[in-house]
Design a protein around this ligand. Sequence first.
Ligand code: TUI
Length: 317
Amino acid sequence: MKTKLTQMLGIEYPIIQGGMAWVANAQLAAAVSNAGGLGLIAGGAAPADVVRAEIQKTKQLTDKPFGVNVMLMNPNAEEIIRVCIEEQVKVVTTGAGNPNKYIPMLKEAGIKVIPVVPSVALAKRVARAGADALIVEGCEAGGHIGEITTICLVPQVVDAVEIPVIAAGGIADGRGMAAVIVLGAEGVQIGTRFLTAKECTIHQNYKDMVLKAKDTDSAVTGKYTGHPVRSVKNKFTKKLIEMEKSHISPEEFEELSVGSLRKAVIDGNVDEGSFMAGQIAGMVNKEESCQEIITSITTEAQTIIKNFQQIRGILFD
Ligand code: TUI
């Protein structure tokens, strides 16, 4: 598949793996890059030296391009960006904040900068600051989210900027990929489906939560703190929703979440963990290799687009 994104990054398929905190490590990133997509290592809340070690491990596992996601709420974000420059990482994506002050230093180092944005306003601002492409993430996504759905956000951003747009949130198969290509996207970012990849090293209980989840099994908590998070419903989300109703302060609320993602990913603690996943988890029903995931998504999308006039008997002439 050839799009502006595959040409810009030198990858085979326009699929970026989500930079999921605690989840997206060297094994997952290298497996996605080796399968022809763009693997990402998550900066998450990690210290910079941990991210450097993952970058070096990934270089041992693949000679294909890969990137690092910098979560801008991490107090170590600037240090991680310096590590990306020193390690000559090809691509940096950013999330959970405005990356503009870091764009000049990254571009000077020849790194492609692809911020995640949840709105047209931020898309315009980061495009003006020199971003190379944008990941436009709808609120169907897992983890920290904005307010607008993918189907509404993608075409509005496509109309507002000149740089390539990558769609994220709610995409897990070739139909979703074909749909966002029709909306104007040059590629997709996929998180939830990679949670159950064979090369994804998260606790089996996390994979099982995703495999079992139905369409209505995710909840959004923490809207009132300004940092809403989507995760699979469990005792922990129930407790957070109760605490929200009891009007505890945003600071106290955020304190409750500290360490909860680690409890999910590393400990597989089904009651106390935060099992971040998107609304599309209801469609993710099997464990497959990253190669199988990428091949099935791209083959299905290509078939749909090539046969567009014939699909399901719909004819336009
Ligand atoms: O960042 C994500 N998803 C994440 S980060 C994360 S770790 C975390 N855990 C608990 C609370 C908060 C974070 C788990 N999942 N996706 C990309 C994304 N970025 N979604 C929304 C945004 C975003 C939001 C506001 C990007 C920019 C932004 O800008 C606000 C501003 O400063 O202008």
